[in-house]
Design a binder for this molecule. Structure first.
Ligand code: G6Q
Length: 541
C-alpha cells in the first residue's frame, strides 16, 4: 500500500498559503507589531532557554505546523519509539537510545524484555573500568598507569565521544588525555601515536559491527605498534586493548578478551550511541559521576519530549520550524554556530546526526518523496565563523536559518573575553534579523556609492539557545534536543531516520577497488574509463 503524501493533506496546503502571506513580512514588522514577541516565543527546557522570537514565524505559523505534526502522526510515532516498536523498519529494529539514559526504575521493553537492567549492568561495568583507569589501579602490561587513551572508531563510533570529550574539557582528569583516530589515512594513526609511550597507552576499539575496514585496519596497526613497542610479546594486548561492540565473535576473533568488551545492542544506532558503551573514552576522561549527570540531562529532555503537549514541546517546535524553512520557504541549509570553543566539534557531530538520519529520498513504504527532506547542516564556532563565512549569511543570496548557542558563564575567568564573545553572539543574531536599511546607512554618513554595499536586508532567522554553563547535564540536554528535533522532522517527512544505506554503500564500494590496488591487479572490465585510468595512475606510481 502506498501512503498518501503529506503534501496532499489540507494541513500542508494551509502552510503553503500561509508561507505566501508571510514571505513579504519582515522580522522588523513582527517585532514592531508585538512588544511581547521575545517573551512569547522564548521557551524553557531544563537548563536551556530557547529564544525563537527571531524566527520568521507567527502564532499562526506555529498553530499550522502543529496541525501538520498531528496529521503526520508525530505523537503516535514518538510513543512507538519509546515503546520499543521496530520503527527502524528497513533494518527491522527497535530504536531505543532513550533507554540508554533510563533510570533504574524505568522500563523499556524490546521484544518483551525490559532492557534497562542490561543497560545499567554495562554502565556499571564502564564505571568500574573507568574508575580503575583513572585511579591507576588498571595498569598496562609493564605495570605503568595509563596516560593516554586512544579511541579507534569512525562515524557514530567517533564523532559523539570526540565532540563530548572536547565539550567537557574542563572536567577531564588532569593526568589523562584521550585521542581519537578515525580516518584510514595512515597519517591519523601515525600522528596520534607518534609521541606516545606504548606502556602508558590504552586503545579502545569502538565498532558496533566490528567489521568496519577503517577501524579494523587502524586497530591492527595499533596492535602492531603496541606489541613492537613493548618488546614483542602479544600477551601485552590484553592490558592495552578493550572493545566496544555488539559483535562478541568478531571482538574475540580480533584477539581482544571479551571480558574487556563493553556491549551495546542493535536497537542503538551508531550516531545515537555515545551515551552507551561508545562513550567509554569519555567516561574515563570525565569520570562516571559526570557521565551520569550527562545522562540525567538527556533524560530531562526525553521526558519533556514524550510527555509535553506539542504546543510547548521544544524539540517538536524547533523541528517544525526546520520543516517550515525547508519545505515552505525553500531554504536548503541550516547552520549551527556555537559561541563556545569547547563545542567546536558539535556542528560536525550534528551533521552526522541530522544528515545521516534525514538525508533520504524515499518514504517508509519505499515510495519517492515529492518534497525536500533533510537540510545541509553545517557550522563552526563563533567568533571564528564571523571572520570567514558570515559574510554570506548576512548578504548572500541564500538565507541560512542559524542556531546560536552560548553560555552565561565561561569555564575560564579571563575578563573581558567571555563578555566579548557573548556580545558578538547577541549582535550577530540582532544584525541578521533586523539588518540595516539604506536610510540608516546614509544617516551614518556613508558615501552614496557605497550605500548599496553597506545595506543589510535582514530578515535572516535564527534561534538563540542559552544555558548557564556547559556542564555535562547541559551537554546531554543539548544533544537530546537535537536528536528529537531530527526525529520530529523525519516523522513529518515520513522517512526512516534510523537506517543509513548510503553509508553501507560506501563500505562495500571501496572493497573491490582496494583489492585491485593492494594486489596490483586492475580489473578494467569492472569500471568505467575514468575509474580505470585513475586506478592505473595509482598503480604506476
Ligand atoms: C551511524 C552509522 C555509521 C557508523 C560507522 C561505524 O549511525 O551507522 O556512521 O557508526 O560506519 O560503524 P561501526 O561502529 O560498526 O564500526
Amino acid at each position: 500500500m502506498t501512503l498518501h503524501s503529506i503534501t496532499d493533506t489540507p494541513q500542508w496546503r494551509a502552510l503553503v498559503t500561509h508561507a505566501e502571506d508571510l514571505k513579504g513580512v519582515h522580522l522588523r514588522e513582527l517585532f514592531a507589531a508585538d512588544p511581547d514577541r521575545a517573551e512569547r516565543f522564548t521557551l524553557r527546557l531544563g537548563s536551556l532557554t530557547i529564544d525563537l522570537s527571531k524566527q520568521r514565524i507567527t502564532a499562526e505559523t506555529v498553530r499550522l505546523l502543529i496541525e501538520l505534526a498531528e496529521a503526520a502522526g508525530l505523537r503516535a510515532r514518538t510513543e512507538a519509539m519509546f515503546c520499543g516498536e521496530r520503527i527502524n523498519s528497513t533494518e527491522d529494529r527497535a530504536v531505543l537510545h532513550t533507554a540508554l539514559r533510563a533510570n533504574s526504575t524505568d522500563r523499556f521493553i524490546v521484544a518483551g524484555e525490559d532492557v534497562v537492567p542490561e543497560v545499567h549492568a554495562v554502565l556499571d561495568k564502564m564505571a568500574d573500568f573507568s574508575g580503575k583507569v583513572r585511579s591507576g589501579v588498571w595498569t598496562g602490561s609493564t605495570g605503568q598507569r595509563v596516560r593516554t587513551v586512544v579511541n579507534i572508531g569512525i562515524g557514530g563510533s567517533d564523532l559523539g565521544p570526540l565532540m563530548a570529550y572536547r565539550a567537557l574539557t574542563p572536567f577531564v582528569h588532569p593526568e589523562l588525555e584521550v585521542r581519537f583516530v578515525s580516518n584510514v589515512d595512515p597519517a591519523h594513526l601515525v600522528d596520534a601515536t607518534a609521541d606516545l609511550e606504548p606502556a602508558e597507552t590504552l586503545f579502545i576499539v569502538a565498532s558496533k559491527t566490528f567489521t568496519t575496514a577503517e577501524t579494523l585496519n587502524n586497530a591492527r596497526n595499533a596492535r602492531r605498534w603496541l606489541v613492537e613497542g613493548l618488546g614483542g610479546d602479544p600477551a601485552a594486548v590484553a592490558k592495552h586493548f578493550v572493545a566496544l561492540s555488539t559483535n562478541a565473535a568478531e571482538v574475540a576473533a580480533f584477539g581482544i578478551d571479551t571480558a574487556n568488551m563493553f556491549e551495546f545492542w542493535d536497537w542503538v544506532g551508531g550516531r545515537y550511541s555515545f551515551d552507551a558503551a561508545i562513550g567509554l573514552s569519555l567516561m574515563i576522561a570525565v569520570g562516571a559521576d559526570n557521565f551520569g549527570q550527562m545522562l540525567d540531562g538527556f533524560r530531562t529532555v526525553d521526558r519533556h519530549f514524550l510527555t509535553t503537549d506539542l504546543e510547548k514541546n521544544v524539540p517538536v517546535l524547533v523541528g517544525l520550524i526546520g520543516v517550515w524553512y525547508r519545505n515552505f520557504l525553500d531554504l536548503p541549509t541550516h547552520a549551527v554556530l556555537p559561541y563556545c570553543q569547547h563545542l567546536d566539534r558539535f556542528p560536525a557531530y550534528l551533521q552526522q546526526l541530522d544528515m545521516e538520519s534525514n538525508g533520504k529520498s524515499v518514504r517508509l513504504d519505499g515510495s519517492p518523496v515529492d518534497y525536500d527532506t533533510g537540510p545541509i547542516v553545517w557550522g563552526e564556532p563563533g567568533t571564528n565563523g564571523q571572520h570567514a563565512f558570515f559574510q554570506l549569511i548576512h548578504q548572500g543570496t541564500t538565507v541560512i536559518p542559524s542556531d546560536f548557542i552560548g553560555f552565561l558563564h565561561s569555564a575560564y575567568d579571563l575578563p573581558p573575553q567571555h563578555e566579548l564573545l557573548m556580545a558578538n553572539m547577541f549582535a550577530q543574531a540582532e544584525a541578521l534579523a533586523f539588518g540595516k536599511t539604506a536610510e540608516e546607512v546614509r544617516a551614518a554618513g556613508v558615501a552614496e556609492e557605497l550605500v548599496a554595499h553597506r545595506t543589510f536586508a535582514g530578515n535572516r532567522p535564527s534561534t538563540v539557545i542559552l544555558a548557564d554553563a556547559l556542564t555535562p547535564s547541559v551537554l546531554g540536554q543539548l544533544v537530546a534536543l537535537y536528536e528529537h528535533r531530527v526525529f520530529t522532522q523525519g516523522t513529518i517527512w515520513g522517512v526512516n531516520s534510523f537506517d543509513q544505506w548510503g553509508v553501507e554503500l560506501g563500505k562495500a564500494l571501496a572493497s573491490q577497488i582496494a583489492e585491485e590496488l593492494t594486489t596490483a591487479t586492475p580489473n578494467p572490465g569492472r569500471h568505467d574509463s575514468s575509474t580505470n585510468a585513475l586506478i592505473q595512475r595509482f598503480l604506476d606510481r
